[in-house]
Ligand binder design. Structure first.
Ligand code: PLP
Length: 390
């Protein structure tokens, strides 16, 4: 009997999804395991999609996405980062951030190659590496005092002749860690010196609480890199604009990779949905006031959960500067999946187990604080009681 390919069989199941599947058989679960807010997409974006449908955006578009959306993305980078991009060759619209990551990694890896992945991280990066018949070498962020750092010594030790790329996420899912400018520069120098691709997942760049004003993005790695550097940035409309179900993202890449990703799009998905691209364009152009409102809400939620967690027994939790996750370490915890399963079954609080996020994740749990306070409040109370009951 023909068998499923080994590279595909080797792709591990998502342990977040495994827990979510248990939760989906239950009523009344306080769902904090997925990376999304329970806010619907703002009306102005929905209306833009309806108008786009009425205007005939129901046909195929370019593989690289609508030129008007790519121009809007270029204007966005000019405005926020002072970075000039060529919308013709350096920006490729994709059907989600995960598809941007998929086509990017696929364009860099040959079978047997290795990828350095900074973890704990959203598991999809390492899984896409496995799907490409390559090997992910996970390098855990050490926690030094109250801040995660990059372990450059471990990176040096892990880089070998088959290493082709380094993938990091800033702001990080699940840590909320944001790379400092010095860390960005060292990551770039590291990759330049070894002829590696640097892939920066910046999908949470607008969810940043430590800028001069709320609404300032995290400075992109593109401010440091030249357009000839082997750097690709992954982006999504899912998080900043509450558009998880719309499936629109993009990548910014060196021209040759941009052209190849455009061509490969044809064979993967062709392009993101036409009317959703139009709606994404409106989100970029008109979304600032709504985004700042979202940031105020997220920051309050973060601080509320931090205060609650800091009073729980055996919990250590660094204050994150970005994204919408907290990743508390629980003293003595060795099986975070079993902990989350019990917490779910006994208290109906759904968290993501730290083990799902790779090296450095076990012993912690991930809380997505993008939910309403009416969900976060009882969830924190029940977690506290559960921990106190041992
Ligand atoms: C770090 C990171 N990158 C990329 C994505 C992809 O987002 P989407 O595929 O919804 O655009 C996610 C979603 O959770 C994420 O956490």
């Amino acid at each position: 009997m023909p068998e499923i390919s080994r590279s595909v069989q080797n792709v591990p199941h998502s342990r977040i999804r495994e827990l979510a599947e248990v939760a989906m058989t239950m009523d009344g679960v306080l769902r904090l395991f997925f990376g999304e807010s329970n806010l619907p997409t703002p009306d102005y974006i929905k209306q833009a999609a309806v108008a786009a449908l009425a205007d005939g955006y129901t046909f195929y578009t370019e593989n690289a996405g609508l030129p008007s959306l790519r121009r809007a993305i270029a204007r966005h980078y000019e405005k926020w980062h002072g970075v000039e991009l060529d919308p013709e060759s350096e920006i490729v619209v994709t059907a989600s951030g995960v598809q941007a990551l998929n086509v990017t990694l696929r364009s860099m890896l040959d079978p047997g190659d290795e990828a350095l992945v900074l973890t704990p991280a959203w598991p999809n990066g390492s899984s896409i590496v496995a799907m490409s018949n390559a090997v992910a070498r996970q390098i855990a962020h050490p926690l030094c005092g109250d801040r995660y750092r990059v372990d450059f010594d471990a990176l040096e030790a892990a880089a070998g002749p088959r290493t082709r790329l380094l993938l990091y996420t800033s702001p990080s899912n699940p840590l909320g860690w944001v790379a400092t400018e010095e860390e960005q520069q060292r990551l770039l120098d590291f990759c330049r010196a070894r002829n590696l691709w640097l892939v920066a997942d910046e999908v949470y760049d607008r969810l940043f609480y430590a800028g001069r004003t709320l609404g300032d993005p995290v400075p992109s790695i593109l401010r440091k890199a030249t357009r000839d550097d082997a750097v690709t940035v992954i982006h999504s409309f899912s998080k900043s604009y509450c558009m998880t179900g719309w499936r629109v993202g993009y990548l910014i890449a060196r021209r040759d990779l941009g052209r190849k990703a455009t061509q490969l799009n044809e064979f993967i998905i062709s392009h993101a949905p036409s009317f959703a691209q139009k709606a994404a364009e409106t989100a970029l152009e008109c979304g600032e006031p709504e985004l700042v409102r979202l940031l105020h809400r997220l920051k309050e939620n973060r601080d509320f959960c931090l205060t609650a967690l800091n009073q729980m027994p055996g919990v250590t939790v660094p204050k994150p500067d970005g994204a919408f996750y907290l990743f508390p370490k629980i003293n003595g915890l060795t099986d975070s999946f079993e902990f989350c399963r019990r917490l779910l079954v006994e208290t109906k609080v759904g968290l993501a187990p730290g083990v799902a996020f790779g090296a450095g994740g076990e012993g912690s749990v991930r809380i997505c604080y993008a939910a309403d306070r009416s969900i976060l409040g009882p969830a924190m109370e029940r977690l506290d009681k559960f921990l106190r009951a041992g």
